[in-house]
Design a binder for this molecule. Sequence first.
Ligand SMILES: [Zn+2]
Length: 167
Amino acid sequence: MSSLLIPLTGLKGTSQETEFSVSGAFFREFGEGPVLDADVKVKAVLSREGADFALDLHYEGVLTLSCDRCLQEMSFPVSLTSRVLLSRDGREEESEDGREVIPLEAVAKEFDAAQLIYDDLSLCIPIRHTHPEGGCDPKVLTYLTDNPGDEQEPTDSPFSALGKLLS
Ligand SMILES: [Zn+2]
């Protein structure tokens, strides 16, 4: 599993930036998922907040997903910011302004943001994602129009008949 490390030591001035590029290979390391490919730039801005660190992650780029309507590839633009607090004292409860608090080991010299970045990008994908209206593969749409039952759960498909045979 690749790590995306943010150094916690040597923070000069008020904040420090680390940049990452997230590709399809990054998502494949996490196993099966809706993301077929990715080209997302992540800018991590670390700053001190009392004894803790505030970490703001800015995402900009494109995920490639499979369209739920026509099953062809679709581009899903991503532009979002997520903010967490890295706590030095091991506490985990949410901060007062609702940010997730991630406990650090007291001796930690760096923070691996891979899981956090994976979660942020996975959670921004809507459960149902499709091409914009008119953007789907016309061949597949023609098929769906001719077979309108195919989009719902089929009740008497060959597969359910097979299921009955096997049960
Ligand atoms: Zn589509």
